[in-house]
Design a protein around this ligand. Structure first.
Ligand SMILES: Cc1cc2nc3c(=O)[nH]c(=O)nc-3n(C[C@H](O)[C@H](O)[C@H](O)COP(=O)(O)OP(=O)(O)OC[C@H]3O[C@@H](n4cnc5c(N)ncnc54)[C@H](O)[C@@H]3O)c2cc1C
Length: 534
């Protein structure tokens, strides 16, 4: 039997009205904030998480979808970092197997030195994984490389190297974290921006928020406030500042990464393609993902931290040109079904104004506690969200902001619905719901298919999936459903635009909320951005 009650917005808001005091308030519902909320809830703390938009609406829905140790960090000699990420890779794949699975990669070689050079590095990568290895690194002949990568450029191909990493559905994993946290007693609410911090005797003691749908305002007390606002952490830190004090140096330097989505026909088979060094020294991936091929990514510094960053013409040109060097059938602009950009929250070197205790936990992520007790965490990557959460809670406990509770509780904490799934290269479908699939099938419209993947003909989005998103997965708006639950906006933006009206009708029926003309126009503009190359 499906129990949607704990996820109903009315119930979540009723709890917010009833409970004004919390152990922990987390600002931001991306990978980082959700990881902290789940870990703290699993330790028995009273946890509130507030997200201004939808869960994973920021960077956490725009990743390359790799659960990885980071081959390039190994090349830089950062063994401890890779080791930690490889351990977390295994944990993530075990705890959410319906949305996170092993994926084999092939590095094609066109120059003699490439095979032994990359082969040795990738062998070391596998050895470092130890008992967490997902499969051996192997040297392949040219024929086997062509067999595993039917889409690869054949002329001059000398062979390849196969190695293993993981792949996931980032936004669906985020929603699973939110729902699992709720099922463990946390209150996680999307569409509730934090617009102020409460202070008492110069210490942070809570947050101000409002329900973006109704405007209802709340002032909520918390012993500890964690700022996990991704590339927007500096805006939240500014709320913590004395109005007369000079601004603090920013913690984050956003870096934009763009992905193009083309048909699976460009890279058939179950293997991903890795180019370890593009002409300008970057890493390029072509990955099978939810029935399509993802091409990515770029690394472009961006001073602005737009909510919907737009791809730049040079980024699109780079991805198409580099893909053309490795794919037998080079994708053209006309082949692109979706383009999307995300911002990496890269950590700047610590500010030297002495106002904060800096604890650089690793080169990747940083946890800082301000004089007023605001805990800010940023940087890192999706793969290590759980380890980051443990660092944040350890830091808060060390500073006396939270009662001490032993860690390690999320290491073997299966997320809701955890059950083995199909390869994530297959089009979306009921397999993504794991053990919740029977509950999904019991909903009205389980056999009413709104979208079929045109290439495979597979039924990929049903009316029941939309209802499930609205009843159980905390979706409220058109883009919540079509971008981050169904993923259609990321796969085929024109198809997503075509479904706006039927999905709006289901939103109105399921939630009783009217989808305004402004929301409809906003989604149409978003879909236009995702389907139009600059
Ligand atoms: C292009 C790209 C590719 C990547 N590829 C990979 C990969 O393959 N594998 C991997 O492991 N990692 C990858 N990453 C890194 C990973 O995606 C990020 O490190 C991670 O998603 C950051 O999560 P976050 O929660 O810190 O930030 P976000 O996901 O941005 O979350 C912050 C949230 O805070 C919210 N917020 C902001 N201000 C407020 C406020 N005032 N009140 C309430 N909420 C607020 C925002 O709406 C947002 O949802 C990639 C990143 C990018 C950009």
């Amino acid at each position: 039997m499906l129990n949607a009650a704990p996820f109903a917005r009315t119930a979540l808001l009723a709890r917010l009205r009833a409970q004004r005091s919390w152990d922990l308030a987390v600002i931001g519902g991306g990978a980082t904030g959700l990881g902290v909320a789940l870990d703290a809830a699993a330790r028995g703390l009273q946890v509130l998480l507030l997200e201004r938009g939808d869960f994973a609406q920021g960077s956490s829905s725009r990743a390359t979808k790799l659960v990885h140790g980071g081959v390039r960090y190994l090349a830089q000699g950062d063994v401890p970092l890779v080791h930690e990420a490889l351990r977390e890779r295994a944990t993530l794949l075990a705890n959410a197997p319906q949305v996170a699975q092993p994926l084999a990669f092939v590095v094609p070689g066109y120059r003699l030195w490439e095979l032994p050079f990359y082969g040795a590095g990738l062998k070391a990568y596998d050895l470092l994984a130890g008992r967490h290895s997902l499969g051996p690194t192997e040297l392949l002949g040219a024929a086997r490389t062509r067999e595993l990568l039917p889409g690869v450029r054949r002329d001059g191909l000398l062979g390849g190297i196969r190695y293993w990493d993981g792949q996931f559905d980032d936004a669906r994993l985020a929603v699973l974290l939110a729902r699992t946290a709720i099922s463990r007693g946390a209150l996680a609410l999307n569409h509730c921006p934090v617009d102020g911090l409460l202070h008492e005797q110069a210490r942070v003691c809570g947050v101000r928020t409002h329900d973006a749908e109704t405007g209802e305002a709340f002032a909520l007390r918390a012993r500890c406030v964690v700022n996990a606002a991704g590339v927007w952490v500096d805006a939240v830190r500014a709320l913590d500042r004395d109005r007369d004090a000079p601004p603090r140096p920013p913690m984050v330097a956003p870096s934009q990464g763009v992905h193009l989505v083309v048909d699976r026909a460009f890279l058939p088979g179950q293997h991903a393609l890795l180019v370890p060094r593009t002409r300008d020294g970057r890493v390029l991936f072509a990955l099978p993902w939810l029935g399509k091929t993802l091409l990515g990514t770029t690394d472009t510094p961006r001073a602005d931290a737009a909510a919907e960053p737009a791809a730049l013409p040079a980024e699109v040109a780079f991805l198409l040109q580099e893909s053309a060097r490795y794919l037998a059938r080079p994708p053209t602009r006309a082949d692109v079904r979706a383009v999307w950009a995300g911002l990496r929250p890269l950590v700047r070197p610590a500010g030297d104004d002495g106002s904060e205790d800096t604890k650089a936990v690793s080169r990747e992520h940083v946890v800082r506690v301000s004089r007023s007790g605001l805990v800010t965490v940023t940087g890192g990557k999706w793969t290590t969200y759980r380890a980051m959460a443990e660092d944040v809670l350890e830091c808060a406990m060390t500073h006396g902001l939270l009662p001490r509770r032993p860690g390690g509780v999320t290491e073997r904490l299966a997320l809701l619905g955890a059950a083995p799934g199909r390869p994530l290269g297959d089009p979306p479908g009921e397999h993504l719901y794991g053990s919740e699939a029977p509950a999904l099938r019991a909903l009205p419209g389980a056999d009413h298919w709104l979208w079929r993947d045109p290439e495979s003909g597979r039924a990929a989005l049903s009316e029941a999936m939309v209802r499930f998103a609205l009843r159980c997965e905390l979706a409220r708006r058109l883009d919540d459903v079509l971008a981050r639950r169904a993923r259609l906006l990321f796969l085929d933006a024109a198809a997503a635009a075509a479904l706006a009206e039927p999905v709006a009708a289901l939103i109105e029926e399921e939630t009783g909320r009217r989808v305004s003309a402004v929301e409809r126009a906003g989604f149409a503009a978003l879909a236009q951005q995702y389907r139009t190359l600059p």
